[in-house]
Design a protein around this ligand. Sequence first.
Ligand SMILES: [Zn+2]
Length: 255
Amino acid sequence: MPADIRIVPCLTDNFGYLVHDPATGATASIDAPEAGPLIAALDKEGWKLTDILVTHHHGDHVGGIAALKAKYQCRVHAPHDANAKIADVDVRLQEGDFVRIGDLTVRVLETPGHTLDHISYVFEDDRALFAADTLFSIGCGRVFEGTYPMMWESLLKLRALPDDFRLYCGHEYTASNVKFALGIEPGNAALQARAKQVETLRAEGKPTIPVTLGEEKQANVFLRADVPSVADAVGLSGSPAADVFGELRERKNNG
Ligand SMILES: [Zn+2]
């Protein structure tokens, strides 16, 4: 049975997500940016939270865990805490682990760079990728704890997933990302198409998520650091892709 996925806007620009298994009633929250909106969404659907799948330790992803756990006694799954502690964790996850949410199977991918503990969650049967602050639509997370080569490897791991997977990311940053990407690749037709779509969605007050990975591979300049024309555009023809990626990330940081 396909999962029911709900987008729950939280805080200023975070996306909370609920993934519900209709066969068993199990419901997971991907991260817990804020308890209030997630509880309201659960109440509206008549769902009970059974699991929280945490991607990384930042406060805007874990701030709602304690309140949700107190209310629902749900299981909290999270990455290792080698560099930063996440409280109230029941299960520690690493690369290749599988989590069961009712009848749904979730695969864990380690995607470090934004933080060293960052993991992403893949719902294989539902073709859904929850990439939090590693991969945004037309963007990627800032590299706070890792290195540019490390983050580039993480993006390559996500890029290797099939085109029909849908990306659910941690923040609504798409419009700002589109503006930056058009500065690097003004002639990219896929990016131009995405720009139009994003403008329409935002004007209607709708989220720009989900989007297919196939579209992102064509339009997201941060997934295209190994395309020669992108290296040319930042003056790094012939340089390693990780260096081109680092230059793109620096320019976005300073933009
Ligand atoms: Zn973060």
